[in-house]
Design a binder for this molecule. Structure first.
Ligand code: ADP
Ligand code: MG
Length: 308
């Protein structure tokens, strides 16, 4: 079984409103799977279904080849979007309590918590009250509690939303490390920066429908436009521009360079290769910069949502 999770044709209505329409996703073992989509797309609804908090109207969910049942919940670590902790409890006391709910014996829970608290440099929070913590601080505690019992599937709903850039980075690195150690990760986001660095697979949900999914690299290949960003040094920029205009589709480019380069994006036809372009450019100017323009997750997100 290469897939840890398979969601098959899941639909969910709230009254007359269809929150999910026939959505299927396949999450390979060991992957970091990004569930993307604008606000209100249906991401949290799908995550709640996978966690058996909500039941689908139709469709099935399989975990490791078995239809999802109550006992599977111990194999899933879930960081909800709405993150509630008991305000008046102390941090350590609460973390211990939540860890024991996940089935860890108290001594083991304490050992693991101490390890994680040191690791995330929050050791001195142990005796603080939850209400003394900022939103980001409370989120760190919840992250620890989510991963503590080493579940094989981790699901983070908007994990970066409450964090400053430094802590968001720290959590990003921890997610990569958890995958190294064998976990499979699903996380939802409407912000694309994290996608580039983390995801190998994505599904894009828009207005209750899945409109795109697959390996991120395959999707990027599918969306690439055969465009190269070039920086060209020449004594006669006007002449060079005219020569290029006659042969290629060109537009101004914007990137940093140390030279007074002519900066262009050059789009090739499907029958032209990067080598053809490079050969031509080197006959015309000094090529200081040559870079294939790869569509970003953000470009793909915006373009696909617009077209739907
Ligand atoms: P996302 O996480 O992608 O932002 P959600 O899954 O939270 O989106 O919500 C999708 C849509 O379903 C929204 O329009 C939301 O208002 C609606 N919705 C979600 N949960 C409920 C519920 N329990 N009752 C009624 N409507 C809901
Ligand atoms: Mg949500």
């Amino acid at each position: 079984m290469n897939n840890l999770l398979e969601v098959n044709s899941v639909s969910k209505n709230f009254g007359d409103f269809k929150a999910l329409n026939n959505v299927s996703i396949t999450v390979p073992k060991g992957s970091i799977f990004g569930l993307l989509g604008p606000n209100g797309a249906g991401k949290t609804t799908l995550i709640r279904i996978i966690n058996q908090i909500t039941m689908p109207d139709t469709g099935t969910v399989m975990l490791d080849g078995e239809p999802l049942e109550a006992h599977h919940i111990q194999h899933i670590g879930y960081l909800p979007e709405e993150r509630g902790l008991y305000k008046s409890m102390k941090v350590g006391e609460q973390a211990l309590y939540l860890a024991q709910l996940k089935g860890l014996p108290k001594a083991e829970a304490k050992k693991r918590l101490k390890y994680w608290f040191e690791r995330l440099e929050i050791g001195d929070w142990w005796n603080k009250k939850i209400q003394e913590l900022s939103k980001g601080m409370a989120q760190k505690i919840q992250f620890v509690v989510t991963v503590l019992h080493k579940p094989k599937l981790l699901i983070f709903d908007e994990p970066f939303s409450g964090f400053d850039p430094i802590n968001a980075n720290l959590i990003k690195d921890e997610i990569l490390q958890l995958r190294e150690e064998g976990a499979t990760v699903i996380f939802s986001t409407h912000r694309m920066e994290s996608v580039e660095e983390l995801c190998d697979h994505i599904a894009l949900i828009h207005q209750s429908n899945k409109i795109l999914d697959g390996k991120l690299i395959d999707i990027k290949r599918q969306y690439k436009t055969n465009t190269y960003e070039v920086g060209l040094l020449t004594d006669n920029q006007t002449q060079l521009m005219n020569n290029l205009k006659g042969k290629f589709e060109i537009s101004p480019a914007d990137f940093k360079s140390l030279n007074d380069d002519l900066k262009l994006n050059i789009k090739l036809n499907s029958n032209e290769s990067s080598n053809d372009l490079l050969t031509y450019l080197t006959s015309q100017a000094q090529v200081n910069h040559f870079n294939e323009l790869v569509p970003s997750a953000n470009d793909i997100f915006i373009q696909t949502v617009k077209n739907n």
